[in-house]
Design a protein around this ligand. Structure first.
Ligand code: UN1
Length: 483
């Protein structure tokens, strides 16, 4: 048994014991094992964090962007240095296999560096004026205090990709991670703290919905960025809209891989396995739908079933585990119930891996099921688990329609070699991201990330679009007066 980590909130530059309700994070692999314990921030403590963020707004936005960026570069070096030591704690707490945790820590460092380097990018645009002696500049000014509400499934990378641009563009931040990954959040906070950020620039408040609710409604908050479930994201977006507060909500996905008749099948199988089962399918970008061209469907499913032998379920701290547990018992029960309902309604079981004897965590068996129509619940509902629904058709239009159907439109993968088909797929996708011959999951920090419909609300994350969200454009009409 490893010692229980005692966690505190980080308020206005100081670690402070919470004064709200107790919380613990437990290992989803071994639910009796408490990883970390602490007390949530009370409402008064969230207010104190907001006050210090407000008080620091002016001096932080007046700090040169290159100086703000150096903090992110230092934090990135710390993350790189600590990654090997921190990955097991992250795996224990989040259930994500330890190799994926190391990958995510490296990715977080890369994200911090990308945003730090935006200090060297053009800061605005100059336009000609129709009036003599005038120039028009479009300048990008910080918004003020940003509330960051991050999810459990990328406990390091997603807060990094929100906090880094918020800070580099001159905002101060109050951050609330989920308590289920509080220890992992604590690691990122320590890296950012050790970078020497001035007090009040970044505060960490632990807590659940009550703390999140309070933060979203607080008058000091100038913008909210959220990643998590669709019901919570849309509710936050509605509340922010009512107050005129810019909001960015990254929510669900029901992403398809479409495999055409002329695809490289082995490469497609590898991408589908990774897209569907890494992180136990707990990614908004996970592949949860597979559309197969009838001509290759049986062959593909045979190869997929063979490849599933490598999709081993087990302890996330074990290097050989491919699929760890889901984050909670209720998540597992929800996914298992949906899979059973699908079978009751006639879905054909293609492959179901087993959860090894003696494993007592929130594990869920990786499952592939073939369904008859895209009205099936399994095709429409986001499960956030290791379950892949398969449809077959011999018409590309039907395939693309099935792939795009439903309330989400985040990511699409198309496997094939005919350029005409591929271009049609890009045109018809409707998704925010289209992968040609690569998996639906994954994102680079220098390009926009996000989707349409109920997948995302507000400006895209990452890349140049991060600046659009974390700043507001000021159009400056600059008339020179000669005296
Ligand atoms: C990825 O696919 O690597 O919560 C990133 C999520 C997304 C991030 C996915 N916002 O799953």
């Amino acid at each position: 048994m490893t010692a229980i980590l005692e966690l505190e909130n980080h308020l206005g530059g100081r670690w402070s014991a919470g004064e709200g309700p107790d919380f613990t994070s437990t290992s989803p692999h071994d639910p009796d094992q408490v990883v970390a314990a602490g007390r949530s921030a009370s409402t008064a403590q969230v207010d104190a964090a907001l006050r210090s963020a407000t008080a620091r707004r002016r001096s932080w936005r007046r700090t040169p962007i290159h100086e703000r960026a150096t903090h992110l570069l230092r934090a990135a070096d710390i993350l790189d240095g600590e990654a090997a030591g921190w990955a097991p704690t992250m795996a224990r707490e989040s259930g994500k296999p330890v190799g994926e945790c190391r990958g995510e820590l490296a990715r977080a460092a890369q994200i911090l560096r990308y945003h730090a380097h935006q200090a060297d990018a053009p800061a605005g645009t100059q336009f000609a004026s129709p009036r003599a002696g005038e120039r028009i500049l479009v300048d990008h000014r910080p918004l003020g205090v940003v509330a960051v509400i991050s999810p459990f499934n990328f406990p390091i990378a997603i807060p990094a990709w929100k906090i880094a641009p918020a800070l580099v563009y001159g905002n101060t931040v109050v951050w609330k991670p989920p308590t289920s990954v509080a220890a992992t959040a604590d690691l990122l906070m320590r890296a950012l703290e050790a970078s020497g950020l001035p007090a009040g620039v970044l505060s960490l408040v632990h807590g659940d919905a009550e703390v999140g609710d309070h933060l979203v409604g607080a008058p000091e908050v100038d913008a909210v960025t959220f990643t998590g479930s669709t019901p919570v994201g849309t509710a936050i977006a509605a509340r922010c809209a009512a107050r005129g507060v810019p909001v960015q909500a990254e929510m669900g996905g029901k992403n398809a891989a479409v495999v055409l008749a002329d695809a490289d099948l082995d490469a497609a199988v590898a991408a589908v396995v990774s897209g569907a089962f890494r992180s136990a399918g707990q990614k908004c970008t996970a592949t949860s739908r597979l559309v197969l061209h009838t001509a290759i469907a049986d062959d593909f499913l045979e190869r997929l079933t063979a490849a599933m032998a490598g999709v081993t379920v087990g302890d996330p701290e074990d290097e050989s585990t491919y699929v760890g547990p889901l984050i909670s018992a209720s998540a597992r029960d929800r996914v298992d119930a949906a899979t059973s309902r699908a079978v009751e309604h006639g879905a054909r079981l293609i492959c179901r891996m087993s959860v090894p004897e003696g494993v007592r965590g929130h594990h869920c068996a990786p499952t592939v099921l073939e369904i008859a129509s895209c009205d099936a619940e399994l095709w429409q509902e986001e499960l956030f688990g290791p379950v892949l629904a398969v449809l077959r058709t011999d018409q590309i239009d039907v395939a693309l329609e099935a792939a795009a159907s439903g309330p989400f439109a985040l990511s699409l993968a198309v496997f094939g070699s005919d350029l005409g088909d591929v271009l049609d797929a890009i045109d018809e996708a409707g998704a925010g991201m289209v992968h040609i011959n690569s998996e639906t999951a994954g994102a680079d920090p220098h390009v926009p990330f996000g989707g349409n419909r109920l997948s995302s609300f507000g400006p895209r994350e990452q890349g140049a679009s991060a600046r659009d969200f974390y700043t507001t454009a000021t159009t400056v009409y600059l008339q020179a007066v000669k005296r």
